[in-house]
Ligand binder design. Structure first.
Ligand code: AQP
Length: 346
């Protein structure tokens, strides 16, 4: 853990995290990220949360859909418990410090580091010559998102761990190249029973908002019937639930449902297995569906209500952006000084 004594001068504990508005939010985003974001806010740490629209366009987005998804994600954050008075909530493109710092980091990060990023390899697939340069450079922009606030901790799902490690490498190389102790080595915070929620159609694949199959995920906009139907149809095997977690080792689909139950109920997976030992999926799935509906329906209802006033959402994002800019601008100005850029018009 980053201990306060070892942090660079002027750096205080601060949380930063983001979600791409590249589609509707999923149960994976909720359990792996959003639910944790709310907990961090409620612990009283300074929290900065960003809808990373500049990341979203690394893959082509329909402009009207991007605008809608950004507002809907903001509504999802607020409905899930993010209080824009206590947390800073904004969309990335309104704070230019992010892309300015990203360019500097493009000149610090090494090509070989980017080539090792598994998310790039997964997303580019066999088509890597034909994806955008932005998709390749994505981790440098993500490092800039975090370090423009000199954030000390980033709550994320398991899939983002490698990108946070790269952020630390970029911070360390910048500090070393310029002989400063300016950027902290940010820690990932990967906690809870569902740090990697898997597809409902394939327990070996991450639940993702861009999966072509809507049946593979639960969206935060799904109504109660849709949630129940998707859980009922979730892929499982014919065996009942075992008496211990060990018995789920080679059963990824079953393990996924147990993890989702645990995360929604704020229980450990062990406690879920103890409660449902020997139960058939005919019993477990309806219990999980009831739990998911009870936890998610209030969020969906509130999101729908908030979406009726898009101007108010835009106002909240604008206000958040101004507060974010007030933190990030002086940090990026200091970076320009460190790097040797003349800033005569300040
Ligand atoms: N399945 C998941 N389980 C746990 N956490 C997850 N996260 C995403 N999916 C899961 C966490 O949500 C945060 C925001 O992720 P993101 O939207 O910026 O990008 P992503 O990880 O690439 O999510 P998707 O849904 O797969 O988006 P697309 O399909 O657009 O690429 C992160 O903290 C992430 O760990």
């Amino acid at each position: 853990m980053n201990h306060p004594e070892t942090l660079p001068q002027g750096v205080t504990p601060r949380i930063f995290s983001g979600i791409q508005p590249s589609g509707g939010l999923t149960l994976g985003n909720y359990l792996g990220a959003l639910k944790r974001f709310v907990q961090k806010q409620d612990e009283g740490i300074e929290t900065v949360y960003c809808l990373v629209d500049m990341h979203a366009i690394t893959v082509w987005q329909d402009p009207a859909k991007l605008r809608h998804a950004t507002r809907e994600a903001a509504a999802g954050f607020i409905a899930a418990g993010i209080d824009p008075a206590r947390s800073i909530l904004f969309n990335q493109s309104q704070v230019s410090a992010h892309v300015e710092l990203a360019w500097i980091f493009n000149c610090v990060a090494r090509l070989g580091w980017m080539s090792r990023m598994t998310q790039f390899k997964d997303k580019a697939g066999a088509n890597s010559e034909n994806v955008s340069l932005g998709l390749y450079a994505y981790p440098a922009l993500m490092a800039a998102d975090i370090l423009a606030y000199r954030a000390t901790h980033v709550p994320v799902g398991e899939d983002q761990k490698q990108h946070i490690e790269l952020t630390r490498d970029i911070a360390a190389k910048f500090n070393n190249d310029y002989g400063v102790n300016f950027f902290p080595l940010t820690e990932p915070v990967i906690e809870g029973a569902a740090t990697r929620v898997m597809s409902l159609r394939d327990g070996t694949k991450k639940m993702s908002k861009s999966d072509p199959s809507d049946q593979s995920r639960i969206n935060l906009t799904d109504d109660a019937d849709t949630i129940a139907k998707k859980i009922r149809k979730a892929k499982t095997d014919a065996e009942p639930l075992p008496g211990s977690l060990d018995g789920l080792r080679d059963r990824p689909d079953a393990r996924n449902l147990v993890n989702i139950y645990a995360a929604l109920a704020d229980m450990t997976p062990d406690a879920v297995i103890t409660q449902y030992a020997g139960a058939q999926f005919g019993t477990f799935k309806p219990a999980l569906a009831d739990l998911a509906v009870a936890k998610l329906s209030p969020i969906t209802t509130q999101m729908t209500r908030l979406m009726q006033d898009p101007a108010e959402i835009d106002r909240i994002l604008g206000e958040g952006a101004a507060r974010a800019d007030a933190i990030a601008r002086p940090i990026v100005d200091q970076v320009y000084d460190i790097v040797g850029m003349i800033r005569a018009r300040r």
